[in-house]
Design a protein around this ligand. Structure first.
Ligand code: PMT
Length: 391
């Protein structure tokens, strides 16, 4: 039921921590990948070895424990589809509600931008405490799902509301949240489209035959798959996602400079002019008696290459427009630019590529592998490209 999904379980220091061993088994039986992180206090109630054996994954407790290129709390946050905090103590609830990050678990929740389910369990008087209730209201308003504790006999000897809710309720809430997710939900994707325009004078320009159709098909598809889309385009279009109109290569570069750091993925489908005129004329260039005139061109920035040089966590995808030796040139281009994927298309063909509603592409990966996609409409090609990138 949950294959391909990663459930991150956060255990805090309450007696109900022992029940979470069974919750881990429930998620494992549903084929989820389960990762567990605990507050140091939780270790008074369960052992690391038990949780490791049940989850079949390393258990995180202290920050800075596992060497990784990313800080640990970010790796945990990025690597899961949902987080379940059970049992959640009054202490941890109050820290999360106030943005406090003083251990691995609270730091991970703060960096987590997907659904979080919180199942509190505590003494009934603590549950009724006004500060705790205010903090729970805050968390609910922030979008966290709170599964209220049940009434009954409590481990501390009291009778009242405070017992961890049924494990089935936590499991069902997680399954429901995961089934509502779209495959690209929470992904911030920037897509460029259209041909850049390099002015010569107020009436003339250098450009190319890009219609923007490929880039727009990618942007529409990403949006329909749930992504947070930012389209940077030279072609005007109205969409339910963010559309930023630009003209020249340098304007496109500026738009990317502003947005790249916060993106998860960038796809450069735009046909960017390699050169622009050195001196743009402010006035219309007049016809003279000369038979020839000379325009000096200077190199534009290589936007794709620059993004690959500065990228941290982003997936960077380029396109490659060739009129001959498609695969040979694309292989050279992917290593020269340094992108994760390069989508090669033959722009000498009239039935695909520039301005056509169709395309036929080969997807080159950084590891040297190549996948050919048969001729199809650009929306089908776009969907197949996302399947390749996101698996
Ligand atoms: O818009 P359509 O009519 O639908 O046509 C689609 C398309 C043919 C334009 C598209 O499929 C395509 O191939 N886009 C890339 C065109 C291109 O500029 O290819 P290139 O091989 O010259 O450049 C390689 C990559 O570097 C591209 O991702 C390009 O965006 C990028 N680049 C190029 C030059 C430059 N100065 N900066 C860049 O970032």
């Amino acid at each position: 039921m949950l294959s391909g999904k990663t459930v991150l379980i956060g255990i805090t220091g309450g007696i109900a921590a022992y029940k979470i061993c069974e919750l881990i088994r429930m998620f494992k039986r549903a084929n989820a990948n389960v990762k567990v992180i605990c507050t140091p206090n939780a270790m008074n109630f369960v052992t690391k070895l038990t949780l490791q054996n049940l989850s079949q994954n390393e258990v995180g407790i202290e920050e800075f424990e596992i060497p990784d290129f990313k800080p640990e709390h970010i790796s945990y946050a990025d690597g899961a589809d949902i987080m379940v905090i059970a049992p959640a103590t009054a202490n941890t609830i109050s820290k999360i509600a106030n943005g406090i990050c003083d251990n691995l678990l609270t730091s991970v929740v703060c960096a987590f931008h997907k659904p979080v389910i919180i199942a509190p369990a505590m003494n009934c008087n603590m549950w009724q405490n006004q500060a705790v209730q205010e903090n729970l209201k805050k968390l609910a308003a922030y979008g966290y799902t709170i599964l209220e504790p049940e009434n009954g006999f409590l481990a501390c000897g009291y009778e009242g509301q405070g017992r961890l809710c049924a494990l089935e309720k936590i499991f069902d809430a997680a399954v429901k949240k995961l089934s509502q997710q779209k495959p690209l939900e929470w992904e911030k994707i920037i897509i460029t489209a259209g041909g850049t325009i390099e002015d010569i004078d107020p009436v003339r320009y250098i450009s190319n035959y890009s219609s923007g159709k490929m880039g727009i098909a990618l942007a529409d598809t990403a949006y329909s798959l749930g992504a947070d889309v930012h389209l940077i385009t030279t072609v005007s279009t109205q969409k339910p996602y963010v559309v930023e109109k630009v003209k020249s290569a340098r304007e496109m570069q500026n738009a990317l400079d502003e947005t790249f750091q916060n993106a998860d993925c960038v796809i450069m489908a735009a046909a960017v002019a390699d050169y622009r005129v050195k001196q743009q004329s402010e006035q219309k260039i007049k016809k003279t008696s000369d038979e020839e005139i000379t325009l000096t061109l200077v190199k534009n920035p290589d936007i794709l290459k620059h993004l690959c040089e500065i990228k941290t966590h982003q997936t960077v995808v380029g396109f490659c427009a060739e009129s001959e030796n498609l695969i040979e040139n694309a292989k050279e281009k992917i290593s020269q630019k340094g992108c994760d994927y390069l989508i090669a298309n033959d722009i000498s063909r009239k039935d695909i590529g520039f301005s056509s509603d169709y395309n036929e592409v080969s997807i080159l990966k950084k590891d040297g592998s190549i996948k050919k996609l048969e001729k199809a409409d650009k929306y089908t090609i776009a969907r197949q490209i996302f399947e390749e990138i996101y698996g």
